[in-house]
Design a protein around this ligand. Structure first.
Ligand SMILES: C[S@@+](CC[C@H](N)C(=O)[O-])C[C@H]1O[C@@H](n2cnc3c(N)ncnc32)[C@H](O)[C@@H]1O
Length: 347
């Protein structure tokens, strides 16, 4: 939704009649709701859908005139419609209709040459569509062990830090220093809703800690939140001081893979979250090792579909001693690739 100025047919009435006229027009369904009435000195201009009908309805009210005037109207614009005014059609067709918003930062996937040529126009269009967005980046892939995103600044305030609100939780994010994906909000909430009170939880690849924050917000728990990226943990510490939490979160800077392979955490945890989709399925034997009996593991994987995910985890469970409680399609990841989550129970 965007606010734009457009010409509308209006009735012009003295201010002392404006309220009465507005109500009368509303009652007859003639008031043009998407546009706002505008006061000019001692006259109010009220936009209407059908001028002749409006004048008939108001025939007993004195001093009514009709005018065409530019007023503020709410229009449903998507990014492509808005951009079609400024960017050649063949380019508009390459621009995605949607983009991610993290706090007040927008991240859009663009080809390099489109970003280079039209980046600042696209940034302005996004900020016009979403007035709370202050900064726009073209988003590249996530790279390296720390899965930090490659970014290209397109426009707005040159900043990378923001506070993202998700299900009432404030998450401090730095889009240039740590991984964060706002599309996982529902997934985090679903996982958190399954963690019982007084559980001891291990979040192996916590990033800025969104799973840990969701869980700690809901129930009394002890959550060890691990990551190899020290910046991500620093951001998590800031979030811990911003939110009212029932659970206790312990940020831990460690190589989690080495840690669970170390053999010194056997049977310690009621739940383990392993959100590192390219590697997590290979870690199932060690994840099960640190879980207590009947404990739950939330393991993410890149697969072509849910059937492939089920086969992958059935094989793992047969070999290492677990049962599958759920397989969930979490996100589309790439053409013909999804991120799936398996909830496994240790037997
Ligand atoms: C896909 S991100 C997931 C972040 C978080 N769970 C979320 O939902 O936002 C993976 C995270 O794992 C961390 N990571 C990768 N390898 C690691 C390792 N061996 N030990 C600890 N953390 C690791 C990265 O730094 C990154 O923050």
């Amino acid at each position: 939704m965007s606010l734009v100025r457009s010409i509308a047919k209006c009735v012009a009435v003295p201010t002392n009649y404006a309220q009465r006229v507005l109500e009368e027009l509303r009652r007859h369904g003639v008031y043009l709701e998407k546009c706002s009435a505008e006061r000019i000195g001692r006259i109010v201009l009220i936009p209407v859908k059908d001028l002749e009908r409006a004048l008939r309805i108001l025939n007993r009210i004195p001093f009514i005139e009709s005018v065409e005037y530019v007023v503020k109207c709410r229009e449903h614009f998507d990014l492509r419609t808005l951009l079609s005014r400024y960017v050649p059609r063949e380019v508009v067709e390459q621009i995605p209709r949607s983009f991610d918003i993290v706090g007040d930062i927008a991240l859009i996937e663009l080809e390099d040459r489109v970003a280079e040529r039209f980046g600042s126009i696209i940034a302005r269009a996004i900020m016009e569509l979403q007035p709370h967005v202050k900064t726009v980046y073209a988003r590249g892939p996530t790279v390296g062990t720390e899965r930090v995103r490659v970014l290209r600044f397109l426009g707005g305030e040159p900043k990378t830090r923001t506070i993202h609100r998700e299900h009432g939780i404030r998450i401090v994010v730095d889009v240039a220093r740590a991984y964060f994906n706002p599309s996982l909000a529902t997934e985090r909430s679903l996982v958190a809703s399954e963690i019982p009170r007084n559980s001891i939880v291990l979040d192996l690849f916590t990033g800025v800690g969104p799973f840990a924050l969701h869980i700690a917000r809901r129930v009394e728990t002890y959550i060890v939140a691990c990551d190899i990226n020290v910046d991500a943990l620093q951001l998590l510490r800031e979030s811990l001081s911003l939110n009212k939490l029932k659970g206790f979160v312990e940020p831990l800077h460690i190589d989690s893979i080495e840690m669970i392979k170390g053999g010194f955490l056997r049977d310690r945890f009621d739940a383990v979250i392993a959100n590192l989709p390219h590697k997590a399925p290979d870690l199932v034997p060690w994840i099960l090792d640190v879980l207590r009996r009947r404990g739950r593991a939330y393991v993410y994987a890149v697969c072509s579909d849910v059937t492939e995910a089920r086969m992958l985890f059935e094989n793992l469970c047969r070999r290492y001693g677990c049962v599958i409680e759920t397989i969930r399609r979490v996100l589309d990841y790439a053409p013909r690739k999804i991120i799936a989550r398996a909830t496994l129970i240790k037997i």
